[in-house]
Design a protein around this ligand. Structure first.
Ligand code: ADP
Ligand code: MG
Length: 322
């Protein structure tokens, strides 16, 4: 019903940045190569995400708004081998429950569909263009949940959260071209050429990108690739460590510790390096299901992973093995 719908929505959709996160994850899961985000007033007025992914077939468009409708997981076995970013089938239903949403989508094979949903209620459905991909416009977020609306912070703060999300998505997917336009002004663009260093340059600037060591390490269970800053580039806080596991941005204190230990004496007290690591492993070795926000994960061979990363970082900085 309406109330339980709104309550569930509140768990997924906290602020404009959480809408953007969910929409981007869906675009990525759909195999998009180009994703454009257009925002007005830090997403408080409107959020539009346009992708060139596989689209949704006409018969499936309404179902995409049902709670727990996901096309991504078939059974319990798959739940433990999650490769897609989404798998709960809650995001679209939740966003649609607390906004005025327009979806245009096509698989590119036949006429597409346009659906308008206001506060979870389907208002219109009609045929749309055949261009392959999906466009979702979210307007007047939280128009029907005044308490949530009141809790939102300034444009500046909301934009900060949005920037974090877009940075994370771009770092996790260097092969995708991300563009973000805010109030008509472009604020973010990655080339989508597969080079992580080009994404780092967009986020942190050219001089940072030019002062990184490239890390590349293989073991039986893990492949670790990425960039770590030279000692002179150490910054003041831990937010400059970005970890990506199987294309998913994560937080993990054990890996953070391994990186810091690897820097050893090269790290002034209270400073942090700037690091972006992409770690690939059998999905079976990582539990992404421990936290609903899905950034905390648990590794089943944690000690092995710790040692690989610590040793690789140490070797890059010290020129020799531990
Ligand atoms: P989940 O991602 O957990 O499956 P969502 O509520 O985010 O659930 O999306 C519901 C369904 O809508 C997805 O499983 C997918 O089939 C479809 N969908 C949503 N966004 C897109 C998109 N940009 N491109 C293609 N399909 C999409
Ligand atoms: Mg999703």
């Amino acid at each position: 019903d309406d109330l339980s719908n709104k309550i569930a929505a509140g768990e997924v959709v906290e602020r404009p940045a959480s809408v953007i996160k969910e929409l981007l994850e869906n675009s990525i899961d759909a195999g998009s190569k180009r994703i454009k985000i257009e925002l007005e007033e830090a997403g408080l007025r409107s959020i539009k995400v346009v992708d060139d992914g596989e689209g949704i077939a006409p018969d499936d468009t309404e179902r995409a708004f049902f709670r727990h409708a996901t096309s991504k997981i078939l059974d319990e076995y798959e739940l433990f081998r999650v490769k897609t970013l989404g798998f709960r089938g809650e995001a679209l239903a939740s966003i649609a429950a607390v906004s005025q949403l327009t979806l245009r989508t096509s698989t590119g094979e036949e006429a597409g569909t346009e659906i308008v949903v206001h506060g979870g209620e389907i208002k219109e459905k009609q045929a749309s263009t055949k261009r392959r991909g999906t466009e979702i416009l979210v307007e007047n977020l939280f128009f029907n949940t005044p308490a949530r609306l009141k809790y939102l912070k300034t444009i500046h703060t909301e934009l900060g959260h949005i920037t974090d999300i877009i940075n994370r998505m771009a770092m996790s997917h260097p092969t995708i071209r991300f563009e973000c336009v805010h109030n008509g002004k472009r604020m973010f663009l990655t080339p989508g050429d597969g080079e992580l260093l080009h994404v780092i340059q967009q986020i942190y600037g050219r001089s940072v990108a030019q002062n990184m060591y490239k890390l590349s390490e293989d073991s039986l269970d893990y492949n670790v690739e990425g960039y770590i800053s030279k000692p002179e580039l150490t910054r003041a806080n831990r937010n400059y460590i970005s970890l990506i596991v199987n294309g998913r941005f994560i937080k993990n204190p054990v890996i953070n510790r391994a990186i810091l230990d690897g820097y050893h004496t090269f790290l002034p007290i209270g400073r942090y390096p700037l690091v972006v690591l992409q770690i690939e492993m059998d999905p079976y070795l990582v539990d992404v299901n421990v936290h609903p926000a899905k950034t905390e994960v648990r590794f089943s061979k944690e000690k092995e992973l710790f040692n690989i990363i610590k040793d690789a970082v140490y070797q890059l900085l010290h020129g020799q093995r531990l």
